[in-house]
Design a protein around this ligand. Structure first.
Ligand code: 9WN
Length: 446
């Protein structure tokens, strides 16, 4: 952890400077050149940190994101920068062709898929930490119907069998684009090269190839977008025509459960009826425990609907049902047993925060994006979750290493679990904002 108060203060200033740098006047970009648009779960994480010192901006972030909400309730994973000169990202708005769907908004360009639902959690956080409580309540009231429509979309369009578990249909929807959990599901896509539209990656202009998804991943990402746009983003049609990827993702569903609990809390504070929302969240928790828990392996897995089985890929996100209070005490003990090993991160003096994937698995890479590196958003959720379960020492350890990582290596997108070296984009917004959330909460608690 940062040595003394003044060093900690410098770090706090540096984190704010990252968010200032990436602020466009309308929303905060995840990073300067590499990610010039607004991303959905990034916006939630950014607001969570900003509310502590700039409530108005935190609210503006989310208001801007909801400008992109579709008529069917979907909050798209990208709301494109209205500055048309921005060309450094692929796929840009012209590739998505979302105008083919009557649900897409007309006033602003968006992508045609979504991202993990953290927005109700972010708005609850605003209610909890805002200085101007009255303004926060008015803001929550304004966005409440939109949040409800977003959750309703997921349960209506992505849960055809009424399991209270929703599926994702693109790895980008998971937020963990090239995680090893998608290796098998993506391998099943029979895509001859002539079925893949022409495209050119832009990400490799900014980051080493070895730190990003492979070309064969990208071919499949693009194949899927093409599959969706050919079907005008019509969820039923996409399903009927054999949507190639349908995964009940453990993190996505855990976050939906947590977001449901937070939405119920928001409802309560607005004197709306929280019961149906809470009941639905509880059913999602039960379904996660029934279908995604693996007793023997001591972790939650995704369920691949196409293959009809759990995807036995050992990811840090498999521990994040902690964040939504989903595991019971016995499950929590088993999970902690596994988390606290050299496979992930043993609680000792020398380890850093927790890698995104089990170090002993064959797909593990300390440098490659979601296949091993440390991500601050996942560790922030783990920190929160472990505290709820009373694993205070480990939570403290995770928090300390978040401090140490940004102090020594800067506000990178992800970090090497062995050396702490920073990879991906530099000056990355959610690394800065979630660090700030921890910083301010620490200040309040001491
Ligand atoms: C594709 C913006 C986003 C994050 C995702 C992260 C990465 C995009 C990309 O960047 O994804 O959506 O181009 O690689 O995987 O979690 O929201 O920061």
């Amino acid at each position: 952890m940062a040595g003394d108060q003044s060093e900690k203060k410098d770090l706090q200033q540096a984190a704010k400077a990252v968010l200032e740098l990436n602020w466009t006047g309308h929303f905060t970009k995840p990073a300067q050149h590499m990610y010039p648009h607004q991303w959905a779960w990034d916006a939630g994480f950014i607001a969570i940190g900003e509310v502590h010192y700039n409530q108005k901006r935190a609210q503006r972030e989310l208001r801007h994101l909801f400008k992109g909400q579709w008529k069917n309730g979907m909050v798209p994973h990208i709301v494109f920068n209205e500055d048309k000169s921005v060309k450094s990202y692929f796929p840009g708005s012209d590739f998505w062709k979302t105008e083919r769907s009557s649900n897409a908004p007309q006033s602003i360009n968006t992508s045609g898929i979504c991202q993990p639902p953290v927005l109700a959690t972010a708005i609850r956080h605003i209610l909890d930490y805002a200085e101007d409580k009255e303004a926060a309540l008015a803001f929550a009231e304004e966005l409440y119907p939109k949040l409800k429509a977003w959750h309703d979309f997921l349960y209506r369009e992505r849960d055809p069998d009424n399991e209270r578990l929703v599926y994702i249909r693109h790895p980008w929807e998971s937020g963990q684009d090239n995680s090893p959990a998608f290796d098998d599901p993506l391998d099943n896509i029979q895509s001859d090269s002539d079925q893949i539209p022409d495209y050119k990656r832009e990400d490799l202009n900014f980051v080493d190839r070895g730190q990003r998804p492979s070309d064969s991943n990208y071919d499949r990402f693009i194949y899927l977008v093409d599959f969706f746009r050919k079907r005008n983003y019509d969820e039923k049609r996409i399903r009927r025509d054999g949507c190639p990827v349908m995964i009940q993702d453990a993190l996505f569903n855990a976050l939906l459960c947590r977001a449901g609990q937070d939405l119920a809390e928001i409802a309560e504070r607005l004197s709306e009826d929280p019961k149906p929302i809470r009941q639905r969240a509880n059913k999602t928790a039960d379904a996660i425990n029934k279908k995604l828990w693996n007793e023997e392996q001591k972790i939650y897995f995704d369920f691949d609907l196409k293959a009809g089985k759990q995807v036995e890929s050992h990811e840090l996100s498999g521990f994040l049902p902690f964040f939504a209070g989903i595991p019971d005490e016995a499950q929590a003990e088993r999970m902690f047993d596994y988390l606290n090993t050299a496979d992930f991160c043993r609680l000792d003096e020398y380890s850093l925060a927790v890698p995104s994937f089990d170090r002993r698995e064959s797909g593990y890479s300390p440098t490659t994006y979601w296949r091993g590196p440390i991500w601050i958003n996942l560790n922030w959720m783990l920190w929160e979750g472990l505290r709820q379960y009373g694993y205070d020492d480990y939570a403290q350890k995770v928090k300390n290493t978040i401090y140490a990582l940004v102090e020594t290596n800067g506000f990178h997108e992800y970090f090497d679990p062995d050396t702490g070296e920073g990879y991906g984009a530099d000056q990355f917004s959610w690394t800065a904002s979630l660090f700030l959330d921890i910083w301010y909460r620490d200040e309040k608690e001491t």
